[in-house]
Design a protein around this ligand. Structure first.
Ligand SMILES: NC(=O)c1ccc[n+]([C@@H]2O[C@H](COP(=O)([O-])OP(=O)(O)OC[C@H]3O[C@@H](n4cnc5c(N)ncnc54)[C@H](O)[C@@H]3O)[C@@H](O)[C@H]2O)c1
Length: 265
């Protein structure tokens, strides 16, 4: 039994596991006793995550996977089943930002790539694990969406649309699978320091604007990957046994108010 054993003997597959939120989730899951199937485009980052998981006392298999390619996602699910005999938890976490340009400069190819990774990637994962989870009569799926899927102002147009779509997919899949006791939820992170947001953080620090990072949140700060991993852990665990179809904002209160922090009238 590890830490509190909240995922003891569970098998969890995590995409986007080579960095940021995916890596923090892998380590948090390993500490709670889960065995892991880790996937990402970046093999080097996956190996680093594997080392971190082992250091936390965990066990994992890793597989380079492009989540926008359906057969590769199916291969990931098959790997989990072949290695551990079942998959209890799927975390669809891989994501890309795409362009941040004005509405008149939107590029269809960029939209397609963002939708393929952020939305179709998650759909493929749910599609290929659903039959297995239904058969077993249990399962938990968590999608990493974003505050960008709730309101404008946290990413480019395609990114925001992909995350809004992912929140909706979370609801429709939860309805499809609820009768089989398979839960589907989403987390919606606010600004978190990861590989994806490195350019933003690098720029702010180099320009002496670090204090502005996260200053639009009610908690007046940006978040850490571990704080998102904690929410994913809750939603994936049996503690959330009556929670499905929900999109949980983990954003320091960013989406709670239409005003800037402290500006209530
Ligand atoms: N960092 C933030 O502020 C923030 C906020 C809201 C939502 N998110 C979401 O969190 C998730 C994790 O991102 P992160 O912030 O940890 O960034 P990150 O860049 O550190 O991690 C994302 C990982 O996804 C992988 N990836 C990208 N495309 C892939 C593909 N086609 N197939 C497989 N793997 C792929 C990358 O290689 C990377 O390892 C993403 O879905 C992102 O949209 C992040």
């Amino acid at each position: 039994m590890k830490e509190n054993g909240r995922l003891q003997d569970k098998i969890a597959a995590i995409t986007g596991a080579a960095s940021g939120i995916g890596r923090a989730t892998a380590v948090a899951f390993a500490r709670e006793g889960a065995k892991l199937v880790l996937a990402d485009l970046q093999d080097k980052g996956l190996q680093e995550t594997l080392a971190a998981v082992r250091e936390a006392g965990g066990e994992a298999v890793v597989r380079p996977v492009d989540v926008s390619v359906e057969q590769e996602v199916k291969g990931l699910i098959d790997l989990g089943l072949a290695t551990f005999g079942r998959i209890d938890i799927l975390i669809n976490n891989a994501g890309i930002t795409g362009q941040t340009v004005g509405i008149e400069e939107q590029d269809g190819q960029d939209w397609l790539k963002v939708l393929e990774v952020n939305l179709l990637g998650a759909m493929y994962g749910i599609k290929h694990v659903a039959g297995h989870m239904r058969e077993r009569g249990s399962g938990a799926i968590v999608n990493t969406a974003s505050v960008a899927g709730i309101r404008s102002g946290a990413g480019g147009n395609a990114y925001s649309a992909s995350k809004a779509g992912l929140i909706n997919l979370t609801q429709t899949a939860a309805c499809d699978l609820g009768g089989s006791n398979v839960r589907v939820n989403a987390v919606c992170p606010g600004l978190i320091e990861t590989g994806m947001t490195k350019p933003v953080f690098d720029y702010a620090r180099s320009a002496g604007k670090e204090a502005k990072l996260g200053s639009r949140c009610e908690l007046r700060r940006f978040g850490r990957p571990e704080e998102i991993a904690a929410a994913i852990l809750f939603l994936a665990s049996d503690e959330a046994s009556f929670v499905t179809g929900q999109a949980l904002a983990v954003d320091g209160g960013n989406t709670a108010s239409l005003n800037l922090p402290g500006m209530k009238f």
